[in-house]
Design a protein around this ligand. Structure first.
Ligand SMILES: [Zn+2]
Length: 224
């Protein structure tokens, strides 16, 4: 899998935040800004959705993204398309090599179906998404949750076309970096799942960093 490192210096990031295991994060990312997600301890799933800040009805579309690139996995060069066919962000660096577009977010319902009835009340990514949207009071809610990206999660598709939730391929310190091509709202659930081998049954924190638009006033980063 291709490993493309970033040229950005961590000291130049204007936002540098560690999101605890199991917590949500909602953030406005401006056009031209770069977001890096660091898998601090390895094999953490970071469930992520994007909305256009200007028109929230325009949002990340898994089907448009997959069709346009002709591949199920995301990595450097992947363009994350909206339901209107516009490029929302582009992945510009990736030291993990592959990210999932199909596995979806865990929920009370999926916990019940996949694991056991008594898992119903465990915290889930869907709860995280709804909690972050409700706190932000931004007008988005249940009906706005569409198929999400799972950064760092390993859901290989078998030759028979089946999804297999497999051991992670990420590791401590690996990261994925993407540049916004429009103003976007980033909605992240740092997956609290305790029943899935993807994260070795152990949710861990991730580091979230944002760099300015290259060349903008106050920006220390060269064009890259
Ligand atoms: Zn989850």
């Amino acid at each position: 899998m291709p490993i493309i490192e970033s040229a950005l210096d961590a000291r130049d990031a204007h936002t540098d935040f560690t999101l605890p295991a199991g917590e949500p994060w909602l953030h406005d990312l401006k056009r031209g800004e770069t977001l890096r997600i660091v898998d601090l301890e390895g094999n953490q799933a970071v469930d992520t959705l994007f909305y256009s800040a200007a028109t929230v009805e325009e949002r990340y579309s898994a089907s448009d993204t997959i069709r346009a690139q002709g591949n199920l996995y995301l990595t450097t060069g992947s363009r994350l398309l909206s339901n209107e066919g516009n490029v929302m962000l582009q992945i510009v660096a990736d030291t993990c090599g592959r990210h999932d577009t199909l596995g979806g977010a865990c929920s009370a319902e999926s916990n019940t179906v996949r694991y056991a009835l008594e898992k119903r009340h465990m915290h889930s990514c869907r709860d995280n998404f709804l909690l972050a949207l409700a706190r932000a009071d931004c007008g988005l809610g249940k009906r706005d949750l569409s198929s999400n990206i799972n950064f760092f999660m390993n859901v290989p598709v078998t030759p028979g076309g089946q999804l297999s939730f497999a051991d992670g391929i990420s590791a401590a310190g690996r990261y994925v970096e993407m540049r916004a091509q429009m103003d976007v709202i980033v909605l992240i659930s740092n997956c609290p799942q305790l029943n899935n081998p993807c994260n070795a049954y152990n949710p861990t924190p991730v580091r979230l960093m944002v760099w300015d638009v290259p060349g903008a006033p106050g920006s220390l980063t060269p064009n890259s």
